[in-house]
Design a protein around this ligand. Structure first.
Ligand SMILES: Cc1ncc(C[n+]2csc(CCOP(=O)(O)OP(=O)(O)O)c2C)c(N)n1
Ligand SMILES: [Mg+2]
Length: 320
């Protein structure tokens, strides 16, 4: 586990992630952020907790729902928001939108619009690290829906066979698009699929950041020792639906309410933990909340004030 300063930082990152989602949703309504935006309200503990167990030179591959991964990997908030707004000051010069944000310095390989596609890339990096004799690790996030893709099974087989330096982290948020997990998954626990490849698989409470950190630390240590990949399945919930383009109606209000109570909400739970352990007072929690909101407000202002890219860069960074 981490020292108190890092625990406070992680709490702030979770609040930043949540406030960012609400802020970006508002900007989307006003037409300042375009395209469907996939938000991770309710899932902050997984992205922030898992990335906290990595170094800058460990790679992360993300999904279409990656904001907590970007914040968790320590990316600059201003450059993230500017990218979401398509501005030239963004991480990828305004070409990546909210989904594909990448930063080499921070070990963020980027999001991916192809469900489970980035897992193959992650395993490729895990294999590279292994062949280089390095103890660097590649951690790939994916969803419950993604665990039904052919890529999932191919990637796990190769990673297990070659004992690559990987952590495979499933954010099981109970839905793939509009389809509830009990209607798309053949198993109750995705971690059971690890047995088919002879690797460890573990299911954890994804709304408990401490459980996320403990499981990820163990999996990262195993990968660093060259013993191969681990499959972590973190059970969580996608509170705001699939994306800003989602008309809703398939997640019942009772179900949403049951996942947003104080004993389920990952942020409220972590705040309670920090106070119970004497790491933060209630006043310090309030201060961290205010700092997070202020950082998000400033980043949105930065994005709004930044210029769009010049037409002359249109063909830069393009493979043809
Ligand atoms: C290969 C592929 N198939 C289908 C899609 C369309 N699609 C986008 S997101 C999604 C659902 C993904 O569900 P899950 O992996 O559980 O992620 P979540 O949205 O719940 O975070 C689908 C089917 C796609 N983008 N790529
Ligand atoms: Mg899902």
């Amino acid at each position: 586990m981490f020292d108190n300063d890092k625990m406070k930082l992680l709490y702030k990152r979770m609040v930043v992630t949540r406030q960012l989602e609400y802020g970006i949703r508002e900007q989307h309504k006003q037409g300042k952020v375009r395209g469907p935006v996939h938000m991770c309200v309710g899932q902050e503990a997984t992205g922030v907790g898992a990335c906290a167990c990595l170094n800058d030179d460990d790679w992360v591959t993300s999904t279409h729902r990656g904001h907590a991964h970007f914040v968790g990997k320590g990316l600059d908030l201003n450059k993230m928001v500017a990218e979401m707004m398509g501005k030239s000051t963004g991480y990828c010069g305004g070409k990546a939108s909210h989904m594909l944000i990448a930063s080499r310095e921070k070990g963020m390989l980027g999001g991916c619009g192809i469900v489970c596609g980035a897992l193959g890339i992650g395993v490729g990096y895990g294999l590279t690290f292994k062949m280089d004799g390095s103890d660097r690790v590649a951690l790939s996030f994916l969803g419950d829906g993604a665990s039904n893709e052919g890529m999932f099974h191919e990637a796990l087989n190769m990673a297990a066979l070659w004992k690559t330096n990987n952590v495979i982290f499933v954010e099981h948020n109970m839905y793939g698009l509009t389809v509830r997990a009990d209607r798309h998954l053949s198993v109750e626990n995705i971690s059971d699929r690890a047995a088919a490849y002879g690797i460890p698989g573990v299911s954890i409470d994804g709304n408990d950041i401490i459980a996320v950190i403990e499981a990820t630390e163990e999996a990262v240590a195993r990968a660093r020792r060259g013993e191969g990949p681990t499959l972590i399945e973190a059970k969580t919930y996608r509170v705001l639906g699939f994306s800003t383009g989602d008309k809703g109606g398939y997640q019942s209000q009772e179900e949403i309410d049951s996942w947003t109570t104080p004993d389920k909400d990952p942020i409220i739970r972590f705040a309670k933990y920090l106070q119970e352990k004497g790491i933060c007072t209630e006043a310090e929690i309030e201060e961290l909340n205010a700092e997070a909101q202020s950082d998000v407000d400033k980043a949105i202002q930065f994005g709004l004030e930044s210029p769009y890219p010049d037409a002359s860069v249109l063909m830069e960074g393009i493979f043809a």
